[in-house]
Design a protein around this ligand. Structure first.
Ligand SMILES: NC(=O)c1ccc[n+]([C@@H]2O[C@H](COP(=O)([O-])OP(=O)(O)OC[C@H]3O[C@@H](n4cnc5c(N)ncnc54)[C@H](OP(=O)(O)O)[C@@H]3O)[C@@H](O)[C@H]2O)c1
Length: 251
């Protein structure tokens, strides 16, 4: 059986249920990992599990990803520890309470910082490293929620939309340097983020399923990926509904 060359895989937001699955899969195929999260205890558990699966190193770094100074330190450490970044996945995020955000500017801006600005901070630095390196894959988990503003979650949606638009431009810029940029757009995924939502029906995916889609999409240098695939068609319908009808729906 043909074995793939070992890669240096950086996973930011590694304690996310989806990111954990991605980390395990890269560890299972014997890659070196660099895992970043803010919860030390949880991160240690994930790193130990990955270390059992790979012969390569598993590095960890603790950071609150809304803190610019900590992001700078993280990249310094990554460049000290890894000879290259072959895969970079940005996975962290929060699901704000839309109703609370409507009444509280701080909560709204925090949600946009956590889901949008922090990702753009990370990507701005990572892009220059990978551009110079002239290789590698950048993948980011955005969301189908970023494809149309809905009254029930437009604060989260606008942050994700910001990320997707940034990724489009970044993909065009990095194309000539041999760097691939993948925008992962999940629909409903059963993770701690959605623990408060009743999960019924075929639209819900598991973190394992979405993790598998992410790894395969990176390997195939995909551009935009719906996770699972059927969200492409759901979003085609949702984005086609005329605004005069859409605003009357309680979506
Ligand atoms: N679940 C869904 O239905 C769904 C749908 C579409 C897109 N997504 C996106 O998928 C990604 C992964 O989410 P998930 O579903 O796997 O949820 P999750 O298990 O709740 O993971 C979210 C992760 O983000 C981390 N995080 C949040 N803010 C952070 C910060 N400032 N610094 C460091 N870490 C931070 C959290 O860390 P702590 O544990 O320390 O809080 C947590 O590990 C997110 O970008 C989310 O928006 C999820």
């Amino acid at each position: 059986m043909k074995t793939l060359p070992t890669k240096n895989v950086v996973i930011i937001g590694a304690t996310s249920a989806i990111a954990k699955q991605v980390a395990k899969k890269y560890a299972d195929s014997n890659n070196q990992l660099y895992l970043v999260a803010r919860n030390q205890e949880q991160l240690n558990i994930i790193a130990q599990d990955c270390q059992v699966r790979t012969d390569q190193g598993v590095n960890t770094f603790i950071a609150d990803l809304t803190d610019r100074t900590q992001i700078n330190k993280m990249f310094e450490d990554i460049q000290d520890k890894l000879s290259s970044i072959d895969v970079l996945l940005v996975a962290h995020g929060t699901l704000p309470d839309q109703k609370n955000c409507e009444q509280d500017v701080d909560q709204t801006l925090r949600a946009i910082a956590e889901n949008g600005l922090s990702v753009i901070n990370i990507l701005t630095i990572a892009a220059n490293i990978l551009e110079k390196q002239k290789s590698g894959n950048i993948a980011v988990i955005s969301s189908v929620a970023g494809m149309r503003g809905r009254q029930s979650n437009y604060v989260y949606g606008c942050a994700k939309s910001m990320v997707s638009t940034f990724l489009q431009g970044l993909r065009n810029r990095l194309h000539k340097s041999g760097v691939y940029v993948t925008d992962i757009k999940p629909g409903f995924v059963d993770t701690p983020m959605t623990a408060h939502i009743e999960k019924k029906g075929a639209l819900w995916a598991s973190s394992e399923q979405v993790g598998q889609i992410i790894v395969e999409s990176i390997q195939k240098n995909k551009q935009t990926v719906y996770a699972p695939f059927f969200w492409r068609y759901i979003m085609l319908i949702i984005t086609s509904v005329p605004e005069f009808i859409f605003k009357k729906l309680s979506l």
